[in-house]
Write a protein that binds this ligand. Structure first.
Ligand code: IPE
Ligand code: IPE
Ligand code: MG
Length: 261
């Protein structure tokens, strides 16, 4: 996309406009992964039940999906539910699942209008049949879209993904001598997608919580104290601008800039 597309969606003179003008569109992250955290604390600050934080977090999801597509991010992955999140009270888990179903039902048209392709990554078969049906419908309806790839990590665990990939790889009868990193990555849920360049975590926690363990090997990490229900396009733009100032060395050294060249 472009600066024009972004400016058309932000109020003139707003902080978002100033930020949009700082983005270098030729150096966008190819994949942004987000650990959406802090919904419970957001609710607690307001003396509300935790589920109200999840409900409010849906507005952030909507804003970040649409803003990422507008900016021109090729792949966005949102961490919605981990394999460890089943430890939470059953009422919280079921509210999260119904919110997800409602989000998909209400947003499907927006995804279609924005040419967004939707995909679930995680242990799909362990989700309840009604949730599976809703997710499958959204995947099928958006399958031929060619714009942003939007992954939702649901019942997702990084280690579980690697074990499953190993199982699939063994079943495929791959020659161990021919196995390399690229070939192994082809058995992950994210096969064919670029690795995240930028990993965002909200609510200030400095951990990766079993998210995309293989794929984030060289991701740039950006942590904000902002809680997920307060996270909006301007925070996303701040993260992208900060990412664009980073010196990514991949184990090498920075080449000095030679004057006059
Ligand atoms: C993130 O918010 C949403 C999910 C993990 C599903 P939390 O529910 O983890 O909120 P905190 O971390 O308790 O504030
Ligand atoms: C990570 O958040 C999982 C999701 C955002 C879905 P958690 O709140 O579950 O992570 P921990 O427990 O603080 O590590
Ligand atoms: Mg949390």
């Amino acid at each position: 996309m472009s600066l024009e597309a972004l400016l058309a969606a932000v109020p003139a003179g707003s902080p978002e406009e100033g930020l949009a003008r700082q983005v270098k569109f030729e150096r966008l992250p190819r994949h942004i992964a987000v650990i959406m955290d802090g919904n419970g604390r957001w609710a607690a600050q307001r003396h509300l039940p935790r589920v109200e934080g999840h409900r409010a977090g849906i507005d952030s999801v909507r804003d970040i999906v649409e803003s990422s597509a507008r900016v021109g991010i090729p792949v966005l992955t949102l961490y919605a539910f981990s394999v460890e999140n089943w430890k939470r009270p059953i009422t919280e888990v079921s509210t999260l699942m119904s919110l997800l179903k409602r989000y998909l039902r209400l947003e499907l048209n927006t995804l279609l209008r924005n040419n967004i392709r939707f995909k679930v990554i995680g242990r799909f078969e362990e989700l309840s049949p009604d949730v599976q049906t809703e997710l499958k419908a959204a995947e099928d309806r958006t399958a031929s879209n060619s714009g942003m790839q939007f992954n939702i990590a649901l019942n997702y665990g990084g280690r579980a993904e690697i074990v499953e990939a190993a199982r699939r790889m063994l079943a495929s009868g791959v020659d161990p001598e021919a196995l390399d990193e690229a070939r192994f990555a082809g058995f992950l849920y994210t096969a064919g997608q670029p690795d995240p360049d930028l990993l965002i975590r909200t609510s200030g926690e400095m951990r990766v919580s079993n998210f995309l363990l293989w794929q984030i090997a060289y991701a740039e990490i950006w942590v904000t104290d902002t809680l997920w229900p307060d996270f909006r396009a301007r925070h996303l733009l701040e993260a992208i601008i900060d990412y664009q100032k980073r010196d990514r060395r991949y184990g090498g050294i920075t080449q000095p800039v030679v004057a006059g060249r």
